[in-house]
Design a protein around this ligand. Sequence first.
Ligand code: IMP
Length: 427
Amino acid sequence: MPGIVLVGAQWGDEGKGKITDMLAEGVDMVVRYQGGSNAGHTVKVDNEEYILHLIPSGILYKDKICIIGDDVVVDPKTLIDEMDQLMARGVCLDNLRISGNAHLVMPYHKTLDKFEEELKGKHKLGTTGRGIGPAYVDKMARVGLRFNDLFDREEFIGRLGHTLKYKNLILREIFKHEGFETDVIAEEYLAYGDRLKKYVSDTSILIHNALREEKFVLFEGAQGTLLDVTHGTYPYVTSSHPVAGGACVGAGVGPTKISRVLGITKAYTTRVGEGPFPTEQINEVGELMRKKGGEYGATTGRPRRCGWLDALLLRYSARINGMSALAMTKLDVLDEFDTIKVCVGYKVGNEVISEFTTDFRKLRECTPVYEDLPGWKTDTSHVKDYRDLPEAAQNYVKYIERIIKTPISIISVGPRRAQTVILRKFV
Ligand code: IMP
């Protein structure tokens, strides 16, 4: 049975939570492989809405093993709050597992995230303020603390004290902050360790065994391809690897174990935070998308920037991820438009380019070249069968498949599980 990666094809918020939740029904294990509580997955089941930041949405099914993988950075307090909220609503967490290699987001990471953003002034990234960048910096600088460290009291206090020496120097000297006490943080975090210990294990072995037993494992990325620290619109990116390749490093599996990659795209484009966005619509078009699509961040509540679908970006994303198929979400958000635009080129100076570039200067300066497609002006939110979609909506889907050269397997026309159209079998 396959290992399948589910990846955001744009700048995040593509509706991965809903698609994971939908596919999770048929899988044995769901693995989150990167990012932290900067993510926010909204899942609607019947009339209940769940917003998950760290725990894979497969947890809403009783029999799925849900893993927080090696390359996730975990704020244990946020995780415990999320667990408590789920348990209060009757969700069982016995199947949750956390990698001992996952790094801890510490209080100083969150403080530094905010100060560093302020210091950047007009060059700020618009981070979620969840300490993600500073936590990954410490991981790479080899001064991070991991879940497994929580179970060796002396070692934890010693290493934390060492790290705090220079963190406090930066906080006090540069940012005029009072700094942090080793004892206070240590006691708080060691208590989190006591609470979470029973969930912590060697998750790479669990995944390996599941795949060897022909089980179906879904690797769930957070954020999106264009926020990848290497392949995204650097520096306006997150600090991890949301791309499909990130699943191998982030979960501890070899590339030969991944058999399919499903990209998730909205029928249009959104972005939160700073950075270039060629097809952004700062006008009534963008307003309508935001209003109809409920485009406000699940983590920070920030209004999302909205714009037309960018075919260059999607084709790039299909390439970087080795995408086998696409799921297109929120098609219903386009129901009211007379004309729907798709960006098919960027005009940079006198030249029109047809391949995406990660050079943020070109992206910032380019003028998008659009292809106009007729809208369908019909409510599609109740459609369950592809043949019942208005012809213009079918043409839109076929057009995107043709220019992205990737089949669209799933179309979502609303937040509920039932509001999904399956075009072709993906697995
Ligand atoms: P950070 O991940 O908090 O460091 O933020 C870096 C950039 O990634 C900012 O532009 C954020 O708005 C963006 N970002 C981080 N997480 C998400 C997400 O889950 N969805 C959309 N954008 C995100």
